[in-house]
Design a protein around this ligand. Sequence first.
Ligand code: SF4
Length: 703
Amino acid sequence: GLFKGKADRQVESVCPYCGVGCQLTFNVKDDAIAWVDGREGPANASRLCVKGRYGFDYVANPQRLTKPLIRRDDVPKSASLPIDPANPYTHFREASWDEALDRAAGGLKAIREKHGGAGLAGFGSAKGSNEEAYLVQKLVRAGFGTNNVDHCTRLCHASSVAALMETIGSGAVTAGFREAENADVIVVIGANPTVNHPVAATFIKNAAKRGARLVVLDPRGQALTRHATHMLQFKPGSDVALLNAMMNVIVTEERFDRQYIDGFTEGFEALKASVAPFTPEAMSPICGIAPERIREVARLYAGAERAIIFWGMGVSQHTHGTDNARCLISLAMMCGQIGRPGTGLHPLRGQNNVQGASDAGLIPMFFPDYKSVEDTAVHARYREFWGDGLDPKKGLTVVEITDAIHAGTIRGVYIMGENPAMSDPDQHHTRSALEKLEHLVVQDIFLTETAAFADVVLPASAFPEKSGTFTNTNRQVQMGRQAIDPPGDARQDWWIVQELARRLDLGWDYAGPADVFAEMAQVMPSLANISWERLQREDSVTYPCPGPDQPGKGVIFGDGFPTASGRGRFVPTDILPPDEVPDAAFPLVLTTGRLLEHWHTGSMTRRASVLDAIEPDPHVHVNPDDLGRWGIAPGEQVRVATRRGAIELAARSDPNLPEGVVFIPFCFTEAAANFLTNPALDPFGKIPELKFSAARLERADEA
Ligand code: SF4
């Protein structure tokens, strides 16, 4: 139950769920978290959403892993799933830490010795701290000898980051989301913040109430629409058509900001020429929005004194995700809507620490702070820091690693806190890859669908059981503090990574996360003037930060960009169709995403009693007219199929869905949406097209 009364102690920390980074207080009674309160943090001003407030009792769930586990020799990996909830550990036997760590590291080392670093890969987690992310990528790079290290940013904003790096030289937001409070016009595209960034959404709603014009651009309707002056429900996958048409209007009507373009950008003439054919009339049939509406919104954005753009997975999770983001960046630059209060580009980062994990180098092409692994000078510096044996070539990304396992190149994988057996597209392909691995080590707090395939399972700590720093979507580095102890023999993640490193001949000797942070601060200029001690004192410091006693900069790039020329670069884009388009056999568009109550693959929130009680079962969301036309009643069991598989679940009537489009949350293991999704990748960000698959829906009892 939810205890309210006097706490034994109060621990000031942050929320473990989304990238908003709400500060909270864990109220601890009898060594357990009894309730949670919001705190006056820079991102949340004491506000919390349902996940932050009520989603904490997963830590005390009886399914927590409390002992290291080793796979039994007589259980084939093909029998890994489904997990029997009444008897989950039948594939494993309990082991001591020494035996489990020796077995885990021994298997990785044997592959390294026989096949070199290319035979190995590692996944870290955007749920872990900055220090954990840094240690995991260092272990893979220095210990495994490969850059095959990635995490769920590859399923999230990799395409946004690719576009931002290419155009303005920095992958993070140019302004925090509370700049919405200073904006006249707020554009939200391909994002559903009331569900996925709920506290950020409250500031957007407050701004709209104060008088800011709110423009929502999304194929699905959403709660924010109630506060919007404009809602353009464009056809799925037609973002580039819509955005190029808006830029065409701004160019044709000369509503661009010539002074800004001349002062801070390059390539405008080429962009101008490229958007010429994309007139609203020509694009209207493609995106499904009337030319006048496109003109109206383009004029509104260009005419604003201060306008800010927010975007999410609806922009990034496409084979043309990088192009989508390039368009948004061009739009902002041509109107001079960057670098001042109330303006900017804000990709709403999903996980609590996806920004920090990416900054810390948990990506295959970059060392920490986005330094290319293929740059010889950078490489030499890291050799000095981390030792010899570093791989001079960039590594493989999440979906590419799955393909390389099938190809027989990658034979051993270490996974810390990720759940590819739920999160990755085309689950038949992903799960058969996990099954095929010679050696799989999984470090997690529950026996996830991924851990079920492991040779060794290492029981780790939940968020409130450890201390560390976390970087939210606003570039605010924040201190998370340990409130309770891990259960049984579960250990702190930094300790587990260090023990593996030692067994892989790396002489690590960190005393704890503060030590790791100190090393990070030495190699990462972004952390200049942000020390562990300062974070203990102040709880939150934004990077970049100009001095040890000065606040960090919330709004950046008022005087140019960190590119070679110092200018932002316009990159023209063309219209590309989604990888597969609906046809007679698969006439619908399937899109996937999250629910307010559930987090990603559900490993935490499905085990949080309040949240799971609100949303206990999988549903496919369908437009009510479609349901009526097909003679399906809400609640009826249906089968949704794509070229990759089929799942059965109940139908839910949802007027936010346009006709011909269905939505399935990907958190339910009983009906895992990712059996259906398309693994086709954006060529730049290598992100799969999770937002668009051709699908069919029929009654479950139909043949
Ligand atoms: Fe946690 Fe995000 Fe909700 Fe804040 S908005 S309480 S960070 S899930």
